[in-house]
Design a protein. Sequence first.
Lengths: 436, 585
Amino acid sequence: MTLQERKPRPIHKIRRLPSPGRILYPPGTKVKFDTVVGELDYAPGPLVRLDVARQLGISGEKLGDTLVKSVNDAVAENEIIALNSQFFSRHAARSSTDGYLALWSKYLGYVYIREPMPVGPREPVAIRAEDLGLNKMQFAANIVAKPGMIAAPGQLLVSGSKKAVAPALCRVTEVALREGYMIITPLFQLTEMTAFIDGVISEIPDADSCVISGMGYRFTGATGYGGEDSGIITPVLAEDRDLTASDLPKELSGIILIARRGITLEALQRLADEGASGLVLGCIDQDTLRSFSRREPLKDLGALMDLPFPILLMQGFGAAMLESTYQEMASLTGRRGAIDGSTQLRAGVIRPELLVPVSEIPFADDGLDHDAEDLPLQEGMRVVLERQPHFGAAAVIVEIDSELRETSAGTRATLARLRLDSGEECVVPLSNCRPI
Amino acid sequence: MPRMIVVDVGSTTTKALLFEQRDKDWSLCQRGEAPTTVEAPEEDVMAGVLRAVSLLERRSGLSLLNLSSEGPVFKVDSFLATSSAGGGLQMVVCGNVARLSAESAERAALGGGAILLDVFSADDGLTLFQRLERLRALRPDMILLSGGVEGASVISFVVEMCDFIRTAKPRAKFGYAHRLPVIYAGASSGAAIVEDLLGEDFVIKVVANLRPSFGMENLIPAREAIHEAFIEHVMSNAPGYGRLQELTALPILPTPTAVAEILIKYAVQRSINILCVDIGGATTDIFSVVDGHFTRSVSANYGMSYSIGNVTAAAGLERLMRWIPDGELIVSAAEMQDRLGNKLLYPVTIPATIADLLVEQAAAREALRLSFEDHLALARIPRKAGLFEPGLLDKEDSLEIGMINLIIGSGGVLSNAPQRLQAAAMLLDAFQPVGATELMVDSIFMLPHLGAFSKVDEDAALEILSNDCLIPLGTSLSPLGWVEPGSVGIEITGRSSQGRDIRGKASGGCIEIIPLATGETAELSISTGNGAHWPWSSKLTVRGGVGGIILDMRGRPLLFDEKHLTEYEAWWLRGETTEKGGEGR
């Protein structure tokens, strides 16, 4: 089905704050993609343990009677949090840091202060042996961080007398033992949540989330990497070959590029350098993605791969995007799209998506235009093949066998005879077909 | 005619089996499957159970179900159930020291049929921030707390974890309103504090210390408490389980507990040590019963679809490629990566080309090998200290593959392998057994059903296990040491139970198959030389199977830089095996 035949459909996007916070507008409010619709109360940061009972010279059981702050109260550095007045003496315990009183322990006598999350710069930071007063051997011997590790604020990265801790929530992106340095990249902890797409706040299911609804087009990929962003739809390569740096348009900032097959490392790096908002491909070479991200493409799906822009793969690995899908996206050139690399393959499957709203007001869903993927496979249906042979090819189901039969590999399955778009016929397991 | 239905409510599929007793002998009569319905939109496991039983009715032509206004009634003599729906029993465990109480708690939870969501200990390297955030994010079915040997004073880490649990209030997976069970199996000095701190918001169960001394482990009370809490607090809150429980003759068993039940009984019946593996899409479970001591490990990151990316990353492409034969079927490393990636993205697809099948079976070998490493790290075999050995504490031995007499393979990639010998090959390559080791596959993953069945009639369950469930693949004879190619490393002579002479030999680097049919046995004499060693009895009795007697002279351990698939490729491509695999999908 081409886009001209497809009508815009209601699209809904659930927006959820990662920690307790507030939704700023009531249902029915019209919003733009960049409207801030929710805010965190505070970004929860490191937990600091204070031995208050010991400071006051009391048992833990009496700690509750001395506290002058309650759980969730804000406290400032050096502010009194507990007071012990006995006879003519008065002992005070003070907070060693700014934050919130998170909990206290009557058996241990501790008070725990939660610091706000330091967000830090987004640029990578180098921690060098010489900065710590260590030689390279000492640095190598004391390092406790591993490449790829996410470190919480205050978490030890280099142990010993000249230790180094993570200044903010960050990822250890490189550890060079011989050269005596490591690179950490702070991860942003956003405190504001935008609408993501133009539309209307249609529902506020709970205090921390809302649903934005609009009319438009949804393209669901096989897998995605990185977070989410918004940009202008810009098709750049309809041919079944990898996108190279020389194929790229001059202006890359703020656009979502569409290409049918993969991309070279050089082109990826240019997109990152020049601020592209997103990339939609048919597939990608895993070595290229590994070099670009320093992460494992088959392990770190979705937001687990921290990228400068989200990447969405329509087919997976080793096959170009269907030409019809590319043409559908190309017909939306110049419109603003929202790309979300979120991917979760089990326990409530989440696939990455490209949303292109064309109208803010959701029409009533007439139920006539369901996702093809929701329908059972049957003869006459158009499908794409999800496995070899002919991985990534489009076809029509000619016949479905009612009995289990053997494939050429010897596996037994319900088989379907297909007519590929090339005119060739083939027989494959029905479960290797996905409706389109 | 006496009939029994046993249902296993799995994560994705609910499988009902109908057993019948004819002339005193029980046997599997029919099976029926349906998707599990624990999740929305139905959120009622009974829907899936009733569909699976309806299919049983259609296939058997029997009337097994009566749907009245008062609810369903099964028209059989006994109805039993096991369950791992909703991801199975999911637990968080805490201990004071990672290698002591936390590891014991881990073993108790895994042995109780759980999947571990997280393990906390005072030396886990986590910051306070990380511990609290993880507790907030987790959705466990229950928590097991331990720490401190008997006689120790209260462990501050345990108290701190109680404070954190009280603050984080981890929500239960099912039934937001119900109180999460917390089992305390630590130093008895801490029990009152745990009750005081958590008693208001959680259901507390205090049992005997699982690590009463540094050298002693006492896991049974904790395991029993896990099972009780599973029945009383987890299952009763899971959607539809209340009604299912009313219909079952015995309490619903966690699926892995049911598997353990039947494996332990089978090991005792045959007086052997067993290793059993169940390789799924996301996780791989390994069970061992050695000298009656049961251990279960769950490798949550190794599996054939959702976790195949972890297998690829952990094993590395080089290790995977060693199982791909050269020649016409060649798959390059880049293609291998692409095919593995697409299996991850499209988990329900079926290999339809030989290259894809080889890629999957290569991944299975590595997933099994890695999971076995996890199992070896966890398993401890308790031994009584000898009279003249220093110290009075009991000892623990590590598990070694040489202790194992039988390896059972289960899970789609093994049970549905197009040729049974491919399953044998995967088991041999992954576990690298030494000495004489029987190999079997579970035909349709019936072990949980038979575990439940064995609670009612142990002898009948064991009979069905032998007759209908386990398919003998043969016995592998694998000497120690390496032998040069062309030099004979092992020779066998003997006589089969059918009166046939048995003779065979294998040279270094080769595998030879000597036919010995299923049901047959053979008395053998074994001699080795040219660098091969056989430190076990040279006279032994072996059992037959699809692969007969498999003489594996490739050496132990298998050398990393050699292609080892040649022999299997040859069996397969020459069409030497005609025994077909599982029923497919």
